[in-house]
Design a protein around this ligand. Structure first.
Ligand SMILES: [Zn+2]
Length: 241
């Protein structure tokens, strides 16, 4: 290899390295920019404090109230158009709730559940009300923690059963979300990485609901810790709602 060829190779390697360095700098700047968003700030706070809880678990009362109101106005606006969906998946993960309507639409609000053929809650048929197996009454709360057959963490109001999220009263909706916040934070304080956990409600059969009794689903909870129920049940985790 001649000296000239060597110099050309060194120069080419230099150019490639310079391009890679520039690309890395651009990525660094854009991630820096993202962290200045609301979501990023919450995430930074969570990790700085040495815990791993999701941003939504830190929302204050006002923000929780706004989320609840947003779900209400969304649902009412369906009625104004005479088109209630027979099913909805409602996700609470980031700054605003996300809605995925499913199934058919109907001008009748009451058809929301029955249109889909979902049995309403009753003491003899409802999966949550006919038995207490796999359930824990949450301390300082009227709500119940349920371990589903698929090991999902659910929060249920057994004292005041409703068919779906949109039938609940505002104060009950707020309390349910706040209970989920406290539960997830309590688990994070025990070192469980719940940073990817989010809330989901399946409404109506076409929205994936299988029990006609409102239940909050903590998605990703079982992935964070598969023995979550035993650990709470045995008092390994201090859950104080
Ligand atoms: Zn029930």
């Amino acid at each position: 290899m001649t000296r000239n060829t060597c110099l050309k190779i060194i120069a080419a390697v230099g150019v490639v390295l310079a391009v890679l360095l520039g690309y890395c700098m651009m990525n660094y700047r854009s991630s820096d920019h993202n962290s200045s968003s609301d979501h990023g700030r919450h995430h930074d706070d969570a990790t700085r404090n040495g815990t791993n809880y999701p941003a939504w678990s830190s929302f204050n009362d006002e923000r929780i109230g706004q989320i609840v109101d947003r779900t209400r106005t969304w649902y009412e606006s369906r009625g104004e158009h005479g088109a209630y969906p027979t099913g909805v998946v409602l996700k609470i993960k980031g700054e605003t709730p996300e809605f995925s309507p499913a199934g058919k639409t109907s001008p009748d609000q009451k058809s929301f559940l029955s249109y889909d053929g979902l049995d309403p809650c009753s003491k003899t048929t409802c999966g949550f009300c006919k038995s207490n197996t796999g359930q824990l009454a949450l301390p300082n709360s009227k709500l119940t923690l349920v371990n589903s057959r698929s090991n999902n963490a659910l929060i249920v109001d057994k004292n005041k059963p409703t068919g779906c999220w949109f039938e609940m009263e505002r104060t009950d909706q707020i309390q349910m979300l706040q209970t989920a916040q406290k539960l997830v934070k309590a688990c994070a304080e025990q070192g469980v990485d719940v940073s990817k956990v989010y809330i989901e409600f399946h409404c109506g059969r076409s929205g994936g609901q299988t029990v006609g009794h409102t239940h909050l689903r903590l998605e990703g909870f079982r992935e964070a810790e598969k023995n979550w129920f035993e650990r709470i049940q045995n008092g390994n985790w201090a859950v104080n709602c």
